[in-house]
Design a protein around this ligand. Structure first.
Ligand code: AQP
Length: 338
């Protein structure tokens, strides 16, 4: 099997399972904006993933628009990148089914996100939640994406995507799908919960105080950082001395990512400072960086029809890439086409 060369292409997505968080912004969108223009980019609001847990239909529609508005307000330019919502391109679900037949149950059983989300309730969660990584592999491989910029939490799913591509290529004797690289870099690949530095900041976490929402106003940002859990110690002069201080390390990393600096540079500047100095500085920085984005998000969300048009145009462009890949996949598998 000779491996073809694949044109460099980025794919990534966010599910509309709640409002956009600072974790989604720093771990994903901000880095997508940096990559935009370096290679062809496809960005997706993955609404079919959102419904793996119950979503109120009206909230799902609004949430899909909010995520799209957040991406555009952050700098994703729909004339430079393809931006759409997943359910408008039916090839995602179709390739997802093929990959359900390629994936092994044992692979799915190893997925830590499923274990975390299902918890002790595994018998009662949806079959879709269990099969989610197959659909995610389809999202990526439908575009023959070579690079997937994601937060640390998605690393295992991108590795599974490589396993699925490899098995498909091997089973059918044709190097049709690329072995996609996860791109996980920068200081904020895992933004943690503000009340518990051992847990990831999530859209669907229980308390609003544990996360920064991209639509939080300035007063809320100040309040949330002021109340963020820390410890009584001042900041040391090096990162090694933050070992075992998860909440402190998280706030340093957030500061660094927002300010496009390294965590080392931030700790050097604030060495010896107490939280009474660092937290207000972090709150000011977050207001300066996030307020323009939330203002623009609100402006865009005032015109939902325009967001819908943008997503529909993006879906049209996405289909032009996705449909031939799906057709060829059906062909390789032996599914008869008229
Ligand atoms: N806390 C985080 N730190 C860094 N990156 C993060 N991402 C999410 N949370 C963090 C990255 O954002 C992208 C989109 O993620 P997603 O919305 O599709 O799924 P998720 O990772 O399950 O996000 P949430 O916020 O935790 O959603 P819920 O609570 O609904 O499950 C991905 O690149 C992800 O790595």
């Amino acid at each position: 099997m000779t491996a073809p060369t694949f044109t460099p292409r980025v794919f990534s997505g966010i599910k509309p399972s709640g409002g956009l968080t600072l974790g989604n912004y720093l771990g994903a969108i901000k880095r997508w904006v940096d990559m935009q223009g370096q290679m062809e980019s496809v960005y997706c609001v993955v609404d079919l993933h959102a419904i793996t847990v119950w979503q109120d239909p009206a909230e799902l529609r609004d949430g899909t628009r909010e995520i799209a508005a957040g991406m555009i307000a952050s700098g994703i330019d729909p004339s430079k990148s393809i931006l759409f919502n997943q359910s408008q391109v039916s090839a995602h679900a179709e390739l997802g089914w093929i990959f359900n037949c390629v994936s092994r149950v044992g692979w799915m059983n190893r997925m830590t996100q499923f274990k975390d989300k299902a918890g002790s309730n595994a018998e009662k969660v949806s079959l879709g939640l269990y099969a989610y990584p197959s659909l995610m592999a389809a999202d990526i491989l439908l575009y023959h994406a070579t690079h997937v910029p994601v937060g640390e939490d998605q690393k295992q799913h991108v590795e599974l995507t490589r396993d699925i591509a490899s098995k498909f290529n091997h089973d059918f004797g044709e190097a049709f799908f690329p072995l996609t690289e996860p791109v996980i870099d920068g200081p904020a690949t895992r933004v943690m919960n503000l009340r518990d530095g051992t847990k990831k900041m999530s859209k669907s976490g229980e308390s609003d105080m544990e996360r920064i929402n991209m639509l939080d106003d300035a007063d809320t940002l100040v309040k949330k950082f002021k109340k963020a859990k820390t410890d009584p110690e001042p900041l040391p002069d090096n990162l090694d001395d933050l070992a075992g201080r998860a909440e402190a390390r998280n706030l340093i990393d957030i500061y660094a990512a927002l300010d496009d600096r390294t965590p080392e540079a931030v700790i050097t500047e604030y060495a010896g400072a107490g939280w009474g100095k660092f937290k207000p500085a972090l709150a000011d920085l977050s207001v300066a960086k996030l307020a323009p984005i939330s203002t623009e998000m609100k402006r865009l969300m005032n015109d939902p029809a325009e967001i819908d048009r943008t997503l529909a145009q993006g879906a049209q462009k996405a289909r032009e890439i996705a449909n031939p890949v799906l057709e060829r996949t059906y062909d390789i598998v032996g599914l008869l086409r008229g």
